[in-house]
Design a protein around this ligand. Structure first.
Ligand SMILES: Cc1cc2nc3c(=O)[nH]c(=O)nc-3n(C[C@H](O)[C@H](O)[C@H](O)COP(=O)(O)OP(=O)(O)OC[C@H]3O[C@@H](n4cnc5c(N)ncnc54)[C@H](O)[C@@H]3O)c2cc1C
Length: 496
């Protein structure tokens, strides 16, 4: 089988998967009102790989002469890293500026396993071999793989093994000759219209007692025992029924976050990445973002560009763009966007070899970029809100613009600085989707949490920062460089 086409992708979703949206059983994912627009968005990406202007970005020629998907190619050179960034940017430019889940970053834990094959082998030689085999298959078939890290977690003050219900974290119920049986649940964005899920341990304290929970595997989304419960759509009757004049983003790109339940799901050993290995869970958690964060930062850049553009558009149509304090606010937004771009470019330009000899973005810059992006998105939204004023939350919908009895008033009172009401309301709806809609709220939560919570990102930054270099400089200028560092007397150290 070659690279999957748009038609094959759409057909492939008719595979017996069990999906509910707001408690309603989904008959056919590809045509369901809540899911169809995202299926279409992903289908467009499959299309892009056959379009001449994008084919070389989205695919590459493998050593065996077969064309493979670049999503699943570990960057071997700085050029690979650059092409990866351009591939993600091209998709965000062509399909959606705000779409998060399409597979290029969710695969990257497999890169880490191939990169760390020696360490994986010290636990079990099947693990890295399985990761490499899956990468090979994903390259050839271009399946869409999502990623589930986050468990329901129950009482956060307790360890996984201490929970009153053992399924609150995904766990290994049984290891058998032919594979493992897993039970529990994970949260996954985009799972209902993906092919497989890469499930892996969440942020945590990977002590021996949690061994049953230290499991990572690739699971087909139609596997017996998998049930997917999607949250309620962001628009009343699902994106497919939404008016895209009123809902330019939520009517197209409602990426349904899903509780994915695993009820005694059997996983053959070939698809197990590790089982009952807390040390591997700890190691992989520390390194999982090595390549994933590049995709996250490129997405943040795309969202920041849209925020700047929306500010300019509304300010132009309202005439406020001529007012210096409003320009200052827009300049603040531009500063954030430029800073994100600098993180993207700098981490790529200063790329470094990975432990296994591949090429990865410079980790401290990239980790700083992650913290910056996760923390600054809501601040950027606040600036946009100040620029666009209160009207975006008081907007008429298209029905009011076209209604025989309302049209006259709406056209008269919503016209702007040389722009008719229809044009201006359209721009304001975009601003509303970014600042004052349920889409805006979900996006802000996504930015804050979906790339792991900020405290975990800060830990990664601390770990990857050149602390020794910083200490050396401080010691030098404190006049401590020449002097041996004396340990404090025990009595003094104890504060006596
Ligand atoms: C829109 C959206 C999409 C998502 N998509 C995915 C996905 O596709 N795949 C996936 O795996 N996950 C996904 N997530 C889940 C995301 O990874 C989690 O929200 C995140 O890990 C935080 O977990 P939680 O929401 O359970 O918060 P909680 O664990 O309940 O934490 C609540 C707060 O307490 C803080 N906190 C908790 N423990 C500690 C601690 N030990 N030290 C300091 N502070 C702590 C947290 O930082 C947070 O601020 C998504 C989340 C959102 C909002």
């Amino acid at each position: 089988m070659g690279l999957m086409t748009r038609e094959q992708y759409i057909e492939s979703l008719d595979d017996g998967r069990q999906v509910w949206v707001s408690g309603r059983k989904v008959d056919r994912v590809a045509t369901d009102a809540a899911l169809a627009p995202m299926v279409e968005a992903v289908a467009q990406i499959y299309d892009m790989q056959t379009r001449p202007e994008f084919a070389d970005l989205l695919t590459f020629e493998r050593p065996d002469g077969i064309r493979g998907s670049r999503f699943y190619k570990i960057p071997e050179t700085p050029e690979d890293l650059m092409l990866r960034r351009k591939m993600t940017s091209a998709i965000l430019g062509e399909v959606s500026p705000t779409m998060d889940r399409f597979g290029d970053e969710t695969v990257t834990p497999l890169f880490v396993m191939c990169d760390r094959a020696d360490i994986c082998d010290s636990f079990d030689e099947r693990y890295a071999r399985n990761a490499a085999r899956w990468l090979d298959r994903l390259q050839r078939e271009n399946l869409f793989m999502t990623s589930g890290n986050t468990d329901p977690k129950g009482d956060r003050s307790l360890q996984p093994y201490q929970q009153h219900d053992p399924d609150l974290y995904l766990r290994v119920v049984e290891e058998r000759e032919d594979g493992i049986v897993i039970s529990g649940a994970k949260f996954e964005t985009g799972a209902p219209y993906a092919h497989v899920a890469l499930v892996k341990p969440t942020v945590g304290n990977w002590i021996e007692e949690n061994a049953d929970y230290a499991v990572a595997a690739i699971v087909p989304l139609n596997a017996p025992g998998v049930r997917m419960h999607c949250r309620m759509p962001l628009t009343a009757n699902g994106a497919g029924n939404a008016n895209t004049y009123d809902h330019p983003l939520s009517g197209r790109f409602d990426e349904l976050d899903t509780l994915m339940v695993f009820d005694h799901v059997f996983v053959p050993w070939d698809d197990v990445l590790f089982s009952r290995q807390p040390k591997m869970a700890a190691m992989m958690r520390a390194e999982f973002s090595r390549w994933a964060a590049q995709g996250y930062l490129v997405r943040c850049l795309s969202k920041a560009e849209l925020l700047v553009g929306a500010a300019l558009l509304v300010a132009e149509q309202s005439g406020t763009v001529k007012i210096p304090p409003v320009r200052s606010k827009i300049a603040q937004l531009m500063m954030h966007k430029q800073a994100i771009e600098a993180f993207v470019i700098a981490s790529e330009a200063s790329c470094q070899p990975s432990p296994g000899g591949y090429t990865m973005p410079e980790q401290a810059i990239q980790n700083a970029g992650r913290v910056f992006c996760s923390q600054s998105y809501h601040h950027m939204v606040q600036i946009l809100r100040e620029v666009v004023g209160g009207q975006p939350v008081m907007l008429p919908d298209e029905a009011m613009l076209t209604g025989a009895e309302t049209r006259g008033d709406i056209e008269k009172f919503f016209a702007g600085a040389g722009f008719d009401a229809r044009t201006r309301i359209r721009a304001m709806h975009l601003a509303r989707e970014l600042t004052g809609s349920s889409y805006a709220g979900r996006t802000q939560a996504y930015q804050l949490f979906a790339e792991t919570p900020v405290f975990a990102q800060e830990n990664a930054l601390f770990a990857s920062y050149d602390r020794e270099g910083a200490l050396e400089k401080a010691r030098l200028w404190a006049g401590l460089a020449e002097e041996p560092t004396a340990a404090a007397e025990p009595a003094l150290a104890a504060g006596r």
